[in-house]
Design a protein. Sequence first.
Length: 239
Amino acid sequence: MQSETHRKIISWYIRFDLFAGMMSGGKTVLGREWFSACAEFYKRQARDKPNDFGALFEDMFATSRLIATDIALLLASRNTGEKSEEDFAQEVQALHAEMEDFNHKLSTTFTDPSCFIKTFPKAPPPQVENIEDIVDFRDPNFCLSGELFSMNYILIDFWAMQLMFRLQLSTTLSTPDELQAIALKKCKMFEAVEYSGQGPPGAILGFQASLGIACLLLPKEKKFTDWSRHKFALMEQHG
């Protein structure tokens, strides 16, 4: 954590490591201490720079990924039989409570209506009934704008983690309808960013892994399948 270059490298590797670990049901390659060191570093940064949005967002990213690490390790322990059913159930409940607390923080940090994108200049003209739409991306109180734009990546990453955790434990934590609702929320964020005209070039590329997880839970209907294919093709076009 001593240089910006190394922090960027470890952040990239952590993201890949977590995605691979959670999708496979195995442990992360890096030990938990790597994720903890990142989270502690960015927490100090956020404390020392209370008015710096960049420090706040890095803290949120690191916290989210530390929770995801604990999820991956817990699920892997179940697959290898390292924990008793009782211990596993207790840790599931503790992690679920931690996720709900963090979800509350994410959803209440920015609530002023002026923080959100109101217009979507890259969107196709709205129609009275567009059968191709699967989500209402024009929601004026959903996608954060300007210097808060990075928060959209934090949210969609957290929803991906939430979705994978609940999917692995779907019989105890959520119903298929609840999983589908999270998946659709992720698709809504994808389109809101795509059509907003804000963010860096190729802004949607940051959602690639997250969208793949969401599409697993969409209804098995032609409209949703076509939408998914179109978005994957769009990401390929962006490189």
